[in-house]
Design a protein around this ligand. Structure first.
Ligand code: ATP
Ligand code: MG
Length: 431
């Protein structure tokens, strides 16, 4: 495998030339060289340089000190951001998470020695056109193998996240784990346990977004015990249900929210599922806490994932009657119903007829929320002589329920005519 500088974008070469003109060396390094050698699309170009952070700041007019304490400066160049990191060694790690102190100004070989896997520890100097590959990364790329740089037990003891990264790269690159690297994972789980949830979540996100088959990562996580640390309820599923979950996540489109929802469908307890309790908050509570506390999922994304899980789990038979379908559709929402159907399909459920009925309801414009009714609170207050208050909203909800029962009453006159009856129902009086 050879690196052809013509495959490196001109602005990246330019950064290296600018550094070189100021007497500094620079290398393209890490994931981008790996992806370039594999012929994959490169998303971020990272540079390692002999220049110290303050020197990088002086060389380029537009910079941000993003990770200056680790030697990283973000350079804005021709509208793109590049991470330019001073060559660094990591010294000792005593907490299993980050180095006690970083040492700047080491050799490129030492910089590569601190990296996690051999395929991520290749550097290329586009000025001299020299590749630096002290750990056999190019050989491992050819063999499609994830192998730790040096002793895997030491690398995993330094930074517990690396065990998860090994599983994640096996999926995103479609590589196998080297035996010694795989064997070292189990003994490193106590270090993995100390890793910040945000970092764990970031690797899950990449597994979901960047893999054709995220199951490759999750099978490794289950076999090595990583899953017992992060999501024991998934690790504990019996083989058949675990495999069904794996097939489901692979069939789900490559987005984080959808694939995470697909992963979690079987993790929710099925006991006590009851249509009368379709807002199954009690079942979803443990999942909610896991997303919030163990994965630090942003609130909006957490709510969306729970919403998708909740509504994908509905038994399709329960939607056989049109009013039930409309009530369900109103709870799911027009914005999410296609994702819910997608998840049901990924779960190999027969949704053809359901999807067609959903399209029909959406096309005929059945009001799904109170706000979509052709009457509003003002109409309710005028028709019933009510002051503003809770009763007004309750009447509107009653009217919406009537529309879901029978959409032919959705016209404004019909709803105005139904106000009295709706009010009596709300007040619990006999009609
Ligand atoms: P991807 O493109 O999938 O993000 P990547 O290799 O670019 O893969 P990053 O997490 O962006 O992954 O890291 C960039 C580089 O930094 C890696 O290629 C590796 O050399 C180094 N690196 C990142 N995280 C670690 C870590 N926890 N331990 C050691 N080296 C690491
Ligand atoms: Mg990257």
């Amino acid at each position: 495998m050879r690196i052809d500088p013509h495959h490196i974008p001109e602005p990246v070469l330019e950064l290296c030339r600018i550094l070189s003109a100021r007497g500094f060396r620079s290398w393209i390094v890490g994931g981008c060289i790996r992806d370039l050698l594999m012929g994959r699309a490169v998303s971020d170009w990272d540079l390692a340089t002999s220049a110290l952070p303050h020197e990088v700041q002086r060389v380029f007019p537009r910079t941000f000190p993003t990770g200056i304490e680790h030697g990283t400066i973000t350079v804005l160049h021709r509208g793109e951001r590049y991470e330019v990191t001073t060559l660094r060694g990591d010294g000792t790690y005593s907490d299993g998470r980050r180095p006690d102190r970083v040492e700047l100004g080491v050799s490129i070989e030492e910089d590569l020695a601190r990296r996690d896997f051999t395929v991520n520890a290749i550097a290329f100097d586009p000025i001299t056109e020299e590749a630096v590959d002290p750990w056999g990364g190019i050989l491992d790329l050819g063999a499609r193998r994830i192998r730790a740089v040096r002793d895997p037990r030491e690398r995993f003891a330094e930074d517990g996240l690396r065990v998860l990264r090994a599983a994640r790269f096996a999926a995103t690159l479609e590589f196998e784990l080297d035996e010694a690297t795989r064997a070292a994972i189990r003994g490193s789980l106590e270090t993995f346990r100390k890793v910040a949830p945000e970092r764990v979540h970031e690797e899950w996100r990449k597994a979901f977004e960047k893999s054709a088959e995220p199951s490759r990562a999750f099978r490794i996580m289950r076999e090595t015990g990583i899953l017992d640390v992060t999501l024991p309820a998934l690790g504990a599923l019996d083989a058949a249900r675990f495999e069904a979950t794996m097939a489901r996540i692979d069939r789900t489109p490559r987005t984080h929210a959808l694939r995470l929802a697909a992963l979690l469908l079987d993790v929710v307890s099925v006991s006590g599922w009851d249509l009368a309790l379709m807002r199954a908050e009690a079942h979803l509570r443990p999942l909610d806490l896991w997303l919030r506390d163990d994965m630090r999922t942003a609130n909006q994304e957490r709510r969306r994932i729970l919403h998708l899980v909740e509504h994908t789990r509905v038994p399709i038979e329960a939607l056989a009657r049109d009013p039930a379908l409309r009530r369900w559709l109103a709870r799911v929402g027009a914005a999410d119903v296609h994702d819910v159907l997608t998840l049901m399909r990924a779960d190999e459920r027969d949704v053809g007829a359901l999807a067609a009925r959903v399209e029909l309801e959406l096309a005929r414009g059945t009001p799904l929320t109170v706000g979509e009714l052709p009457v509003d609170g003002g109409d309710v207050m005028r028709a019933l002589g009510l002051p503003p208050g809770r009763a007004v909203g309750l009447v509107l909800e009653r009217l919406l329920a009537r529309v879901h029962e029978d959409p032919s009453v959705a016209a404004r006159d019909a709803l105005l005519a139904a106000m009295d009856a709706a009010y009596r129902e709300v007040m619990g009086a006999p009609a």
